[in-house]
Design a binder for this molecule. Structure first.
Ligand SMILES: NC(=O)c1ccc[n+]([C@@H]2O[C@H](COP(=O)([O-])OP(=O)(O)OC[C@H]3O[C@@H](n4cnc5c(N)ncnc54)[C@H](O)[C@@H]3O)[C@@H](O)[C@H]2O)c1
Length: 315
């Protein structure tokens, strides 16, 4: 049985904690957050800490899950790996490109595994899109559109998300999901066009990426209003339009035919419907299996992570 500790019991830990609880052969034994009220409800079943160094020193565990604010990711990952812990860390790995080598070199030196949790790489709809692109099932890709929109993140601890130095704002916090996915799935793009509009309580970014044979238009935003969170895409292939919109994954074919791959689609689509799957559980399962079977975490290439940080830092 592998022992797991998690640091940063804020918003996203709500997806990681149940994922660990559902992982066979792993036990989430300890939680750490500087705000005691965040861990109170776990006090009967876990060891609770408010100080990370103390948890590192006193708690026996094999894997650390970092759900801390972005500016702490690299340093906390390095401290834990220097103590021999495997580390899975929320995205982004850092705001600085040079941290990628720092983190990966530490993992190598200490013979432990590291993974940054870019969840779109494990999201069934995005995985299927990559497969359609790789296999050319519907011909060549001609164009794409990706959007990721929501409202200003006033809820974050100490307002860290609204502080550019700590979160990097929309480019590093929100847009990085789609950019990481694009670099992973399609390779390195050039920024063809960008426009950003910012006020103290809103941040909108649109970028058009040129991949040579096709271009992808992206929109990412924290609006000042209560606009609901939406993450969608629409990709135009020679023989089909693959759309993940309004909560449905639909492949529109020529002659008005369409294949609804949504988990709740009715009838026999002739294809396997996408599972109602939890991508956060998928990423944790993948990382844990790499540890259990001593396999390289090769779904992630540090050069891709560097490429993403380089693009964003040069916007
Ligand atoms: N993959 C995704 O879909 C996704 C979604 C949301 C957030 N995230 C990422 O997850 C990370 C955390 O975001 P969040 O929304 O959970 O933030 P949050 O503000 O809700 O939570 C952060 C938590 O860390 C705690 N904390 C701060 N400093 C600490 C320290 N030194 N030691 C221990 N605890 C400390 C805070 O008390 C807080 O509970 C960010 O890097 C963000 O980019 C990813």
């Amino acid at each position: 049985m592998y022992k797991v500790a998690l640091v940063g019991v804020g918003g996203i830990s709500g997806a990681h904690i149940p994922a660990w609880e559902g992982t066979d052969n792993a036990e989430l034994v300890a939680l750490c957050d500087i705000r005691p009220e965040r861990t109170e409800k776990f006090a009967e079943t876990k060891h609770i800490y408010t100080d990370f160094e103390e948890m590192l020193e006193k708690e026996e565990f094999d894997i650390l899950d970092i759900c801390l604010p972005t500016y702490l990711h690299a340093d906390y990952a390095i401290k834990a790996m220097e103590c021999g812990k495997h580390v899975i860390c929320e995205k982004p790995i850092s705001l600085r490109e040079e941290d990628v080598d720092r983190v990966y070199n530490t993992a190598k030196k200490n013979n432990v595994k590291f993974m940054v949790a870019h969840v779109l790489r494990f999201w069934p709809e995005y995985e299927l899109l990559k497969e359609i692109y790789d296999t050319k099932k519907y011909g060549k890709l001609l164009s794409g559109t990706m959007t990721r929109l929501g409202c200003y993140p006033r809820w974050s601890w100490d307002g860290w998300m609204m502080d550019e130095k700590r979160s990097g704002l929309v480019p590093f916090d929100l847009h990085i999901h789609d950019l990481d996915y694009m670099v992973y799935a399609f390779g390195k793009p050039e920024v063809a066009y960008k426009y950003r509009s910012q006020l103290p309580d809103q941040d909108f970014l649109t970028i058009n990426y040129n991949f040579g044979e096709f271009s992808i238009n992206t929109e990412s935003s924290w609006y000042a209003t209560s606009y609901p969170f939406t993450a969608e895409f629409r990709f135009q292939f020679e023989n089909a339009l693959v759309a993940n919109e309004n909560g449905k994954m639909i492949i529109y074919l020529r002659d008005d035919e369409k294949i609804d791959l949504s988990a709740d689609a009715e009838g026999d689509t002739g294809e396997i419907n996408l599972p109602k799957s939890d991508a956060y559980a998928n990423e944790i399962k993948y990382f844990f299996e790499c540890i259990e079977n001593d396999k390289p975490v090769d779904k992630f290439d540090p050069d891709e992570l560097k490429c993403v940080l380089n693009i964003i830092n040069n916007l």
